[in-house]
Design a protein around this ligand. Structure first.
Ligand code: CP
Length: 294
């Protein structure tokens, strides 16, 4: 019996025929030899990620799902010129039970989710959506005992390129928290979202601040460093702000720009609480699709 399947030299035609026949047997019997196999989640991360990717992986382990991961171009056939579309079609042909996808705007995630006959969770889509991030932000506030109907969240900075802001535009309407933005560039926001024009107004209106990284990789024009610091949140600002104020940031943070490193010492800094919530939210999202658990 061959010890590996690399070259066919070690294999007899009989063994190879048997192998192929077994694959037909499995298909005919719906994988009966494997009836206890766990649901398989395909994690397709075409853009960089730390928090979202690792938390989905940990969520898979905790929920006893198997996961397969495609992380970035390198190491996949995208490197050889295969398109994202072909990559997804090929992975779907292998019949995973759930797709989790992070991509830029070039992949129309909404269209793909409609077209595919398999559940699809966005793990971040260009500047369009990051639903699990918005859910984990809200969960973090709820865990802190916040009543969403009394929550006034202001998102500050690079709103134009923020998929997190887009998801909050939708989620705030569904869950009934007040939302404002203090955008770096003029942008259109939905009617229920306030557009503020200065930092002091943002501090006085809100009881939760979300700072955002300037997503220079999506900018058409170079942004001056000083511009990225103009609304920098630091420990002094947090100390002088409302006693019950809370600080969020989806991460990654560029300390020294939208936030000073000393903000980490504030009790209002909830970034690690957000990351912890991320695993629970992603577990719940996957269970919804794979176990119908509500
Ligand atoms: N918040 C967030 O999406 O972080 P990552 O890019 O590290 O996943």
């Amino acid at each position: 019996m061959p010890k590996s399947l690399i070259e066919f030299r070690d294999w007899s035609s009989n063994e190879l025929q048997k192998l192929i026949q077994n694959s037909f047997y499995l298909e005919k019997n719906k994988g009966v030899l494997n009836f206890e196999s766990k649901p398989v989640v395909a994690l397709l991360f075409f853009e960089s990620s730390t928090r979202t990717r690792i938390s989905f992986e940990i969520a898979c382990h905790r929920e006893n799902y198997s996961s397969v991961l495609l992380s970035g171009k390198s190491g996949s056939s995208l490197d050889k010129g295969e398109t994202l579309q072909d990559t997804i079609e090929n992975i779907v042909a292998m019949k995973p039970d759930l797709l989790v996808v992070r991509s830029d705007h070039q992949l129309n995630q909404a269209e793909w989710a409609q077209r595919l006959n398999i559940p699809f969770i966005s793990a971040g889509w260009g500047s369009m959506a990051h639903p699990t991030q918005a859910l984990l932000d809200v969960r973090t506030l709820m865990k802190k005992g916040r009543d969403l109907s009394k929550t006034k969240l202001v998102i500050i900075g690079d709103i134009q390129h923020s998929r997190v802001a887009q998801s909050h535009f939708q989620l705030s309407e569904k869950l009934g928290y007040d939302l404002a933005v203090l955008p770096h560039n003029q942008i259109q926001v939905p009617r229920h979202v306030r557009c503020l024009s200065n930092f002091d107004e943002a501090l006085s209106w809100s009881n939760v601040i979300m700072a955002l990284r300037y997503q220079v990789e999506r900018h058409q024009e170079k942004m001056e460093n000083e511009e990225m610091k103009k609304w920098q949140i630091n420990s002094q600002i947090l100390q002088n702000w409302k006693e019950d104020g809370l600080l969020l940031h989806p991460g990654p943070v560029n300390y020294g720009y939208e936030m000073a490193i000393d903000a980490k010492s504030s009790e209002k800094y909830l970034l690690m609480d957000q990351v912890e919530s991320g695993v629970w939210v992603r577990r719940a999202c996957m269970n919804y699709f794979l176990r119908g658990a509500m």
